[in-house]
Ligand binder design. Structure first.
Ligand code: HEM
Length: 155
C-alpha cells in the first residue's frame, strides 16, 4: 500500500538531488579551478551519476509496475519524450565526467587540473545541454501524469 508513495518519494528525492548536483557543477566549473573546487566538482558529478541511476531504476519500476502501468507510459508521447531527454542527458554527461575524472592524478599530487580552451568550452556546453534536458523533463512530467499525450487504445 505504501510502496507506490515510497517510490514516488525516492523518485523525487533522486530528481532533486540530481538537479542540485548539476547546479553545483555549473556554479563551480569556472576555470582556472582551485584544487578544492575541482575536488568538489568530482564529488558533485559522482552524486549526479548515482542519483541518475536511482532515478532510472525507480522511474521504470513506477512506470511498469505502479502508477498507470507500462501500457500507458510507453504509449504516452510526453513520457517517451521525458525518457529520451533523460537518456540524452546521460549520454551528454559522459564528456564532462571523463574530463573531471582525468583530473584525479593532478589532484592526488595537489596540482590544479590543466584544461584546453576547447575542453572548457565543450564541458560548459554539455552542462548547459543537461540543464536544458531537465527543463524538458519537468515540462513533460506533469503532462504525462495527467493523461496528456496518450496515443494508445482507449477502448
Ligand atoms: C531528472 C529526471 C526526472 C525528473 C526531474 C522527474 C520529475 C518528475 C515529476 C516532477 C513527476 C511528478 C509529475 C506530476 O505528478 O505532476 C514525475 C513523475 C513520474 N516520473 Fe519522473 N522525473 C525524472 C526522471 C524520470 C525517469 C527517468 C522515469 C522513468 C524511466 C520517470 C518516471 C516517472 C513516473 C512513472 C512518474 C509518475 C507519473 C504519474 O503520476 O502518472 N521519471 N517525475
Amino acid at each position: 500500500m505504501y510502496l507506490p508513495a515510497l517510490l514516488a518519494f525516492v523518485h523525487h528525492l533522486a530528481a532533486f538531488t540530481l538537479v542540485a548536483a548539476l547546479a553545483v557543477e555549473v556554479s563551480l566549473f569556472k576555470p582556472p579551478l582551485a584544487v578544492v573546487q575541482a575536488r568538489r566538482i568530482q564529488r558533485a558529478d559522482m552524486v549526479f551519476g548515482i542519483a541518475a541511476g536511482v532515478l532510472l531504476v525507480v522511474g521504470l519500476l513506477r512506470a511498469v509496475y505502479f502508477e498507470k502501468g507500462g501500457g500507458y507510459y510507453f504509449a504516452n508521447a510526453f513520457f517517451l519524450t521525458k525518457l529520451i531527454a533523460f537518456l540524452a542527458a546521460g549520454v551528454i554527461s559522459i564528456y564532462p565526467t571523463v574530463l573531471f575524472l582525468s583530473w584525479s592524478k593532478a589532484l592526488r599530487e595537489g596540482a590544479t587540473p590543466e584544461m584546453s580552451a576547447e575542453q572548457i568550452r565543450r564541458a560548459r556546453m554539455c552542462l548547459m545541454l543537461e540543464l536544458t534536458a531537465i527543463v524538458v523533463i519537468l515540462f513533460c512530467a506533469p503532462l504525462m501524469a495527467r493523461g496528456f499525450g496518450y496515443f494508445g487504445n482507449r477502448s
